[in-house]
Design a protein around this ligand. Structure first.
Ligand code: DNO
Length: 360
């Protein structure tokens, strides 16, 4: 298992690589290049420069999170072929710089959504929060405005300005698309890309829908065990796998997260784990919390044990952290709480490993 941290390249992060290098047990980063237009090939030279920048401080470029998928692929438009070819060319370039895992999502229109990016918790820290009624009753354009105006000047992944320009038209487009059709569009993408991922030894790790409930009539795919079974069957290659995000899947209180970790890790289909905790005040209303089991609804010991006991030997990263100690950073992606999270998770892993045998 390798513990890594998400870092935003191109000067778009308050957290530096040097700081990440000083978090004990963290050996590398998950990152992306955000100024390449979605759908275009990621140039090898840019990737090599990125790798050098990271290696210079003694870290490794481990995972790309994410190469976004052009909306034409998700919509199943004839123009998708060119974008799929470009995606395959990007995978080849990623393999040239040693990337073994690519995290992506197939959420229509937008990536994750929250109703509040800085909800004040009792201890004085601030965390991202979600209230389904608030989000569903908000005009999507208003949500976009909220997300952007509270992002402290950083680009929020999944809320890139280019994507937002087309938001209303795109939401309209999907109103008549069934989940079955959407799964079919995903299958076309997978059947083209997975053989390339196999050839170049880059494991594809789809991120679950966040939140895992339908919003604005948009189809949802990766939101519970049943749909994940369906997804894994679309293409049975082990290179067609998951980013197992406990906070996204855990937002549906009916999802049994340790059981899902056990099942999908034992099948060798989890390539990347995003481990974070959330606390519900009622169904579909939650705040993100510190990583500890005692701080949220998810039993992180059981989750880590399920991964450990079922042969998981891939990447873990702590996920969204709270803003603590007066840190000013991109919501969810400050240094301090994620560093605490990483070390808590490493502690769990070591204790489980020493108690039950096996390898770290
Ligand atoms: C949010 C992240 C997501 C994730 C993408 C993966 O903070 O978890 O933006 O990176 O969905 O493609």
């Amino acid at each position: 298992m390798k513990m890594i941290i998400r870092w935003f390249s191109g000067g778009d992060d308050s957290v530096t690589l040097k700081q990440i290098r000083q978090i004990p047990g963290v050996s590398g980063v998950a990152t992306m290049i955000s100024d390449i237009p979605v759908g275009e090939v990621w140039p090898l030279e840019r990737l090599k420069a990125l790798r050098s920048e990271i290696q210079e401080v003694g870290l490794e470029l481990e995972v790309i999170e994410s190469v976004n998928i052009h909306e034409d692929i998700k919509k199943g438009l004839p123009s998708r072929d060119r974008y799929i070819d470009n995606y395959c060319a990007t995978i080849r370039n990623l393999s040239e710089v040693g990337i073994k895992c690519l995290c992506y999502n197939f959420m229509p229109v937008m990536d994750w959504a929250r109703s509040n990016l800085a909800y004040l918790l009792q201890d004085g820290s601030a965390a991202m929060a979600y209230d389904h009624d608030i989000v569903s009753n908000m005009n999507p354009a208003l949500i976009a405005k909220e997300m952007l105006s509270n992002s402290k000047g950083y680009t929020l992944p999944g809320w890139e300005p280019d994507r937002l320009k087309l938001m209303s038209a795109d939401i309209e487009f999907y109103q008549s698309m069934s989940s079955d059709q959407y799964f079919e569009n995903l299958k076309v993408f997978l059947d083209a890309v997975i053989p390339v991922a196999e050839r170049y030894d880059v494991k594809m790790a789809i991120h679950p829908d966040d939140p895992p409930f339908s919003l604005y009539g948009l189809p949802k795919l990766i939101n519970n065990a049943e749909n994940i079974h369906k997804f894994l069957k679309l293409n049975s290659s082990p290179y067609n796998g998951l980013t197992f995000c406990t906070g996204s899947l855990g937002a549906d209180i009916h999802n049994d997260i340790p059981a899902m970790a056990k099942e999908f890790a034992s099948q060798g289909r989890i390539h990347f784990a995003h481990l974070r905790n959330i606390k519900h005040s009622q169904e579909k209303v939650f705040t993100e919390s510190a990583h500890l089991s005692t701080c949220g609804d998810l039993d992180m010991y059981e989750v880590v044990k399920a991964l450990h006991h079922n042969g998981f030997d891939e990447y873990i990263r702590p996920d969204h952290g709270r803003m603590i100690w007066d840190e000013q950073a991109r919501p969810g992606y400050g240094l301090y709480d994620r560093a605490l999270g990483a070390n808590y998770l490493l502690g769990l892993w070591e204790a489980i490993d020493k108690n039950y045998g096996g390898q770290i």
